[in-house]
Design a protein around this ligand. Structure first.
Ligand SMILES: Nc1ncnc2c1ncn2[C@@H]1O[C@H](COP(=O)(O)OP(=O)(O)O)[C@@H](O)[C@H]1O
Ligand SMILES: [Mg+2]
Length: 594
């Protein structure tokens, strides 16, 4: 007897379920996406015990007739693609025809559905892939799914589920993102009768951002849009002062699909270079539209990642668009004192804390949960009623990036306290000085004037033979920097002249640092990047350290220099150089205003 047999459908579906249905969020995702594909504009996601006990998805979409609903549970049954051509032109969220049979093979599913304006609907009860009941039922247009007994027949998978709050955190994260992608659909997410998110389907993206992150953040978002031949992008990005420790709050939507794509995140993050530290990530919702034929959406079983066929163009567009919108904005961070009355989310937060202390939490979810707790620190939206949320980002002209302000004192030898009629400003004198020096050195490096000077004290740099050879191999970098030198002895170089802008007294330091940078340069060397790193390094060496007392005229001249910078808001490493406490916030802190 032959030993190879084609497996039966129930087994095949269970195996497919391993890829498609891993946790509560995967089921929510598949069913919500089906509802969207069915053109619903009202979708309710109702969970019991974070979905571990029950998941209900109710939509007002087109529904299925009696035949279709049964076919839908067959493997590879789909109404979304019919042939190869369709696969390369996908306009729906689903297309693999796997979700329903997979879900039904590992749980108990009840579905009620009514096609368009048919008078009767169909009720179907399926467990472990077998139809247990089929009846006609009265129902309104649309479909509702109820999933219980998740993974009852796959104990290993059941065990693999995380704690209930981690499952919920993932669902919230997903529903937030899908609500951001489909602003014209009303979404409601409820867990154990408590409403977690509710959007109104008005099509206003900033409103949904407000529903999710609260007004303090919503007001600090900047609208972006841009396009080139292949791509169109739009959405909102946060002012650089609003950052998070994880990439979780970067929502990228490509042709209606929320994707997690590392190079896309990298591109966005790099567009903020100079405005924030690299290890912090912005909050953003970026909607990308392109011809579907430029995308491969079929590289991931849950369709979370995609591949772009012309990423360079997109990368360029993202960087130019973000850069253009940050360039002319007032970017002094205004300190907000958060309210912390959070009835709606309190139960989640408290329970997360409880679980965290019991150490029962997987590290992957820890950062997600921390983020959740963070977004819990938000002002209640209702406080603002139905008032339209408007971005507070202000466009400023080149010379008004820093307002008129008057230094009052120096604190701790580090912070210059300034005031004007908008409130109090603190300037970090080291960061400010570094920024001024960085912009000056960058300018010198990109506009060499050929002015050089011979060092007063001879500068001789001795190197081990191998390093000496490396330097000789990269002579062109020294030439480019206008550093004239001669070989000296066996493996040393003597500096004959260097540019005039090298800080007096730090010349040898700077040259040694340049040598070190040449020795450590990676294979992805570019002269532009080298100059930029050099400017950062020199700027740091030139700048006063914290804890140095300077007098008022020096404070004034530093502020004036800072005011002339292209980006006066951050040091070259992205740390803030100036922050603002508004009069309103001060009055709030001292309970002078309500
Ligand atoms: N909520 C829904 N409303 C209407 N039709 C649905 C719904 N959910 C599923 N269907 C139908 O069932 C089919 C199978 O769904 P699914 O297994 O998720 O595969 P896919 O979405 O990849 O087509 C869909 O193609 C669609 O025709
Ligand atoms: Mg589907």
């Amino acid at each position: 007897m032959s030993k190879i047999r084609v497996m039966d459908d129930t087994l095949a579906n269970k195996i497919a379920a391993g890829e498609v249905v891993e946790r509560v969020v995967s089921i929510v995702k598949e069913l919500v996406e089906n509802a969207i594909d069915a053109e619903a504009d009202d979708i309710i996601i109702e969970l019991k015990e974070s979905g571990l006990r029950e998941i209900r998805i109710i939509d007002n979409g087109i529904g299925m007739d009696n035949e279709d609903v049964k076919t839908a549970f067959l493997r590879h049954a789909t109404s979304k693609i019919y042939d190869d051509d369709d696969l390369f032109n996908i306009n729906t969220l689903g297309f693999r025809g796997e979700a329903l049979p997979s879900i039904a093979s590992v749980s108990d599913v009840e579905v009620r559905t009514c096609y368009k304006d048919n008078e009767v609907g169909t009720f179907l009860h399926i467990k472990g892939g077998k139809i247990l009941a089929e009846e006609s039922c009265a129902t309104k247009k649309g479909t509702s799914f109820k999933i219980t007994n998740l993974f009852y027949n796959t104990p290993a998978r059941l065990k693999h589920l995380s704690s209930s709050y981690a499952e919920l955190a993932n669902v919230i994260d997903y529903v937030n993102k899908i609500a951001l992608s489909y602003t014209s659909i009303r979404f409601k997410l409820i867990n154990d009768d408590k409403e977690i998110l509710s959007t109104n389907g008005s099509g206003n993206l900033l409103k949904v951002i407000n529903n999710i992150y609260g007004p303090t953040i919503a007001r600090k978002m900047i609208k972006i849009d841009g396009s080139n031949n292949d791509y169109e992008i739009m959405g909102y990005i946060s002012l650089p002062e609003v950052t998070r420790s994880s990439k979780n709050h970067m929502t990228t939507i490509v042709n209606g699909r929320v994707v997690r794509n590392t190079i896309l995140y990298k591109s966005i993050n790099e567009a903020y270079t100079n405005y924030k530290e690299d290890s912090r990530y912005p909050v953003c919702v970026i909607i990308i539209e392109t011809d579907p034929s430029l995308l491969d959406v079929n590289i991931h079983p849950s369709k979370l990642d995609i591949r772009f066929s012309n990423f360079d163009e997109l990368n360029k567009l993202i960087k130019e668009t973000i850069d253009a919108s940050l360039k002319d904005k007032m970017l002094i961070p205004s300190i907000n004192i958060p309210h912390n009355e959070l009835p709606k989310y309190e139960h989640i937060t408290l329970n997360i804390e409880r679980e965290e202390t019991s150490n029962n939490i997987n590290n992957d979810y820890k950062s997600k949960l921390e983020d959740l707790v963070n977004f819990n620190i938000k002002e209640e939206t209702s406080e603002y009623g139905d008032n339209e949320i408007v971005s507070e980002a202000i466009t400023v002209s080149e010379d008004k990036k820093i307002p008129e302000l008057y230094p009052v004192a120096l604190l701790l030898g580090t912070y210059i306290v300034c005031e004007n009629n908008e409130g109090i400003y603190l300037i970090d004198q080291h960061a400010a000085k570094e920024r001024c020096n960085y912009e000056r050195v960058s300018y010198e490096l990109s506009h060499p004037n050929g002015n050089t000077i011979r060092p007063l004290v001879p500068i001789v740099i001795e190197l081990p033979k191998n390093e000496y050879l490396t330097i000789m191999e990269n002579k062109n970098i020294l030439d480019d920097l206008n550093i004239e030198y001669e070989e000296f002895g066996i493996s040393s170089i003597r500096i004959i002249s260097h540019p005039t802008w090298f800080t007096e007294g730090r010349e040898e330091d700077i040259i040694r640092k340049i040598i070190e940078m040449i020795l450590n340069k990676g294979s992805d060397f570019s002269l532009e990047k080298f100059r930029d790193n050099l400017a950062k390094m020199v700027a740091c060496k030139m700048s006063i350290k914290g804890n140095t007392f300077i007098d008022k005229p020096s404070m004034e001249s530093l502020i004036n220099d800072l005011r002339k910078c292209k980006n006066p808001y951050n040091c070259p490493h992205g740390r803030p150089a100036i922050i603002h406490f508004s009069i309103y916030e001060l009055e709030k802190m001292f309970h002078r205003s309500i």
